[in-house]
Design a protein around this ligand. Sequence first.
Ligand SMILES: [Zn+2]
Length: 310
Amino acid sequence: MYFHYQQIMLGLHLAILILTTPLLAGIISVLLLGRSRRNTDIPPGIVIHSVINHARSGFTYYNSARFRQLIARLDELRYTACTLKAGISNCREQIQHGRMPFILTFDDGFANFFEQALPVLQEYDFKATIFPIADFLGTREAWDIFSPLEHLSVTHVREIARLGFEIGSHTATHACLPFLSDRDAIEELRKSKNTLEDTIGAEVVSLSFPYGCWSLRIWQLAQDLGYRYATSYRSHHTTSTGIVAVHGVYSLDTPEDVVLKITKARTISNSLARSHIIPHFAKGSTIWRFRAAYAVERSLLQCSHKSKPR
Ligand SMILES: [Zn+2]
């Protein structure tokens, strides 16, 4: 069987196109996303889910030895970690003290923050915002049936707040808010705020959107309830809303990868690409992108606390 020269060339072109399209898409998205999150008034931000010292499957954890190396390296580079609230309001103050601030956040409120991350942060005088899921305080993780992690207890959260760390809301049940009716979304936002405020005896003004899912409608509802700051790793929607884009830190990231996410957000790298690609595997993400479908029934979408968090 013989192929004509033109057929071979056509095949080659098609092969090159197929192989390079994802690469080009990745480069373009990183460039666009990098540009959208550059805001000189707001420091760069990262989000970590778990810091653990044992083997585990999945991507949403960070090794505790690597975490220590990361914090030491950032300290050496004269970076300092601050809460979301302080990062927005006192950013320039930190720069005046000769240190570059970055916003450090922990989603889902796992107890390993208290055990593995807190001592290291204390050692370096780094602060962070922790976003527990209000209804899950003191419970075991429901997402992983093989090796469930413990969530922070009420006592943990009080102690963390007492040490000067910020406590924010990650909703009451880890709900994907844009899929909810106004009434249900308000309930998630209000209930979690009240629970956490009762726990720490102080106002809760920061919010981390579960799955990074948010819409202008949801952010308006949240602001009406007294939230002032929010994070989302869907940085391409961070424009003039005041919502801070955070890069996810995952198990595959080396400390240098994470440093890169903080210091050179526009550099194209494997670690940056992972920050954008991995959250897209979170349940509901694909549907979330078709925002016209927000009106679809909640029960159909199954985007509830039973879903795997990111
Ligand atoms: Zn989460």
